[in-house]
Design a binder for this molecule. Structure first.
Ligand code: TXA
Ligand code: MG
Length: 333
């Protein structure tokens, strides 16, 4: 992709600074089309270790390796099945991560000790340009730039709030286009399975491969984004199966004097100074884009409870439903 023409001179200057920091073993935050990432050069073990420390993430949880050039896929992975090539050629650059057997060039510190690696070419021009400027046969390991278990960042301020004093450079690319993490597909052993629904719709993957895609049971993988409790708010979050149930829960909580935010996809029906309504789009892509920023705002506003109307039971809402279920886990426990 010709990223040079898509970014300003000012941004190029910041990207150059980020490249210098990465080459010197530093950690930088950068925008992708999904969420912001916290990146380090994969060839520098100390820099990788810093990512785990800053995030507070256990060191056996693997990171996604980002690179910029499809022709280098064989440099990072081995035994690449035909289906993985097809997905890579069609969806990259884009919000899709492929799990493949790792090549010798991927350190196990990045993969949490596993022999497989998560790979992705992001499509945000700043991310791509950063990778291009870093040089050929270079790659950036980057988890989402949030503290372990919390909501992912979808703008530079979110990153600044979490880690401002701990990161060398935060590249600002504005609000993320997609706002939810990449879809993760396991392509190991010719067995194409969904590990995490995300920015690339499962229907598009099925259409391309002309096959059904199984959802991999979480017990079979080591993947923090698939832990039951993840993407969590500090405020207890409760999913209400229907808008009617949301309404009656709101009334109950109101009567108990509990300061509540109700996130719906239909017009507000109760008004009270103890209840705050948030109207979200009734369409999965627009909803997904706003979800994390909305949860953060509600969390910061010191509500005692967040109620959310459950998304429709529809494949297109899978990624939103997945994040909401995990965000609500601590409440259900
Ligand atoms: O959209 C995204 O994917 C963002 C941007 C920054 O690219 N990154 C992201 O990274 O969401 P992170 O670390 O927050 O989530 C990566 C997920 C985790 O659930 C991790 O366990 C899984 O990818 N993963 C990484 N390597 C894996 C592997 N070898 N096998 C199974 N899962 C893996
Ligand atoms: Mg994450």
């Amino acid at each position: 992709m010709e990223t040079d023409k898509l970014i300003t001179e000012f941004t190029k200057f910041h990207i150059q600074q980020a490249v210098e920091r990465l080459l010197a073993g530093g950690v930088v935050a950068f925008p992708t089309e999904t969420v912001y990432g916290l990146g380090a050069d994969i060839s520098q073990p100390k820099a990788i270790q810093k990512i785990f420390e800053i995030k507070g993430r256990p060191s056996n949880h693997p990171l996604i390796v980002h690179f910029s050039n499809l022709s280098e896929l064989e440099f990072w992975a081995e035994d690449i099945p035909a289906a993985a090539w097809k997905l890579a050629e069609h969806f990259w650059p884009g919000p899709l991560t492929l799990i493949l057997p790792k090549s010798k060039l991927i350190p196990v510190s990045v993969t949490g000790g596993q022999e497989t690696v998560a790979l992705r070419i992001p499509r945000h021009p700043i991310a791509l340009n950063l990778l291009e400027q870093l040089g050929s046969r270079k790659a950036i390991a980057a988890p989402s730039a949030n503290r372990y278990g919390f909501v992912s960042p979808t703008n530079a301020d979110h990153v600044k709030c979490a880690f401002g004093d701990k990161i060398d450079v935060i590249l600002d690319g504005g609000a993320c286009e997609i706002g939810l993490e990449s879809t993760i597909i396991n392509c190991v052993d010719n067995n194409v399975m969904l590990l995490r629904p995300g920015g690339t719709p499962l229907s598009a993957i099925k259409d391309l491969l002309k096959q059904n895609i199984q959802i991999q049971p979480h017990s079979q993988i080591r993947s923090p984004g698939s832990l039951a409790s993840h993407y969590a708010t500090s405020t207890p979050l409760e999913i209400c199966p229907t808008s009617e149930i949301l309404l009656s829960r709101s009334s109950t909580l109101l009567q108990q004097g509990i300061y509540t935010a109700a996130v719906t996809r239909s017009a507000p029906q109760i008004s009270s100074d103890k209840l705050h309504y948030v109207l979200m789009p009734d369409e999965p892509i627009a909803f997904g884009k706003l979800l994390y920023a909305t949860l953060r705002k509600l969390d910061e506003a010191n509500f005692e409870r967040i109620l959310i109307e459950a998304p429709p039971d529809d494949l297109e809402w899978l990624a939103v439903a997945d994040r909401l279920t995990r965000a609500s886990h601590s409440f259900r426990k």
